[in-house]
Design a protein around this ligand. Structure first.
Ligand SMILES: NC(=O)c1ccc[n+]([C@@H]2O[C@H](COP(=O)([O-])OP(=O)(O)OC[C@H]3O[C@@H](n4cnc5c(N)ncnc54)[C@H](O)[C@@H]3O)[C@@H](O)[C@H]2O)c1
Length: 364
């Protein structure tokens, strides 16, 4: 992938935390083109990196420093010899459901990991020009819904009591696209709460020190390179592995859960644009495909690719999942000159072809 042609090549040094993960690897080639030096700091977390070694997808031009972002000593070692012009902060614990059981781990890495990075930058007098944060649509929780008369309201968190009765939607209301300038954040998972805290910690710090920020709230990212072993993320790769084994894909709730599935290539170009764009505006922006699909539609496309039986609805649900989520991406289009390029059918084709080419992939 090459850097978008409508942005300049800033040169200098970019430091990428969590840069050995799914998104980090996908942006690495563009960053090597756009910057003189690319330094990745990543602890090669065993939930994502089964082998514990440098991923082959990480561009050879990127330097990898193995370290935990939540440790002050990591920053002392890194910043002793790296002067970042731009930081892209991706390192995070990302399991939405898992975060309810392991809230300390999620809070420690996502919030303390961010503050340790900022303290390190201060301690070493290495303030970058810009910090790009990969935030999440999880900050919105259920987002805003609309009544028949057009009034918007925030329904809050769905309860076990209503979910046990298979009441999936909020009665007499329809959901509204998530848009940072209009939708009030109201997380319903610890993960979402930590991503919002990350945003707040970063933005208050950055405003005080005159550092630019680009906060991108990503919707559901999928595509080639996504983890095939992490049981807590990656519904699309899981669906592929179920269908590959000739099984019917199980659908939670009624199968009509809406998601905004965005192909990794489109996320990568948004993050690179955030890093190299000559000007930014500082407020959070939403990154998605610009349209929603139901989980059932995605599962059907995947089942068709593998000639698997039709998906089936189980009526199960998962705590921390929101009913519907999709983004209004107009702010990112305007500010970054970025626009998503791929639709769901194209993206699933690319994901499935990549999975089919993996030597050791196991059907689920
Ligand atoms: N993938 C998505 O659908 C999605 C959606 C919204 C937001 N995001 C955000 O994008 C970012 C990257 O996500 P991803 O999909 O690439 O995840 P990923 O799990 O593939 O990558 C995260 C990387 O961070 C590293 N890491 C974890 N804890 C660390 C620590 N303490 N110190 C150093 N490195 C650490 C991991 O080893 C991994 O390489 C995260 O901040 C996540 O919250 C992702």
């Amino acid at each position: 992938m090459t850097a978008p042609s409508n942005v300049s090549r800033p040169g200098g040094t970019v430091l990428v935390t969590g840069g050995a993960g799914f998104i980090g690897c996908a942006i690495s080639a563009s960053l090597v083109e756009a910057f003189d030096r690319v330094v990745v700091v990543d602890n090669l977390h065993p939930q994502i990196h089964a082998s514990g070694s440098r991923p082959t997808e990480l561009n050879a031009g990127a330097e990898l420093i193995i370290g935990d972002v939540a440790e002050a000593a990591t920053w002392d070692a890194v910043l002793a010899e790296v002067t970042p012009d731009v930081v892209i902060h991706l390192a995070a614990e990302t399991g939405t459901g898992q975060s309810l059981q392991e809230s300390t781990r999620h809070t420690h890495v996502n919030v303390v990991g961010t503050s340790q990075m900022l303290d390190g930058l201060n301690r070493h007098g290495r303030l970058p020009r810009r910090i790009v944060l990969s935030s999440s649509r999880a900050v919105y929780g259920e987002g805003a819904w609309q009544k028949a008369d057009g009034t918007r309201f925030y329904p809050g968190q769905r309860t076990s009591e209503t979910l046990d009765r298979s009441q999936w939607d909020f009665p007499k209301a329809t959901p509204v696209a998530m848009k940072a300038s209009e939708t009030f954040p109201a997380p319903v998972s610890v993960y979402g709460a930590t991503k919002l805290a990350q945003e707040h910690v970063l933005q208050t710090w950055a405003k005080s020190f005159g550092v630019e920020t680009v906060v991108l709230r990503l919707q559901n990212v999928y595509g080639p390179g996504q983890s095939l072993i992490n049981p807590y993320t990656g519904i699309m790769s899981l669906f592929c592995r179920i269908a590959m084994g000739g099984k019917s894909i199980p659908l939670y709730e009624d199968g009509d859960v809406r998601r905004d599935f965005i192909l990794i290539d489109d996320v990568a170009s948004a993050i690179v644009a955030g890093a190299v764009s000559p000007t930014v505006q500082g407020e959070p922006m939403d990154i998605g495909s610009g349209e929603f699909q139901t989980i059932g539609t995605a599962a059907k496309l995947i089942a068709a690719h593998y000639n698997a039986p039709e998906p089936h609805v189980t009526g199960q649900y998962r705590q921390g999942d929101v009913r519907h989520a999709w983004a209004d991406v107009s702010a990112a289009e305007e500010v970054l000159g970025w626009t998503p390029q791929y639709n769901l059918a194209q993206g699933i084709e690319r994901l499935a072809n990549w999975i089919d080419a993996q030597p050791d992939v196991q059907p689920a």
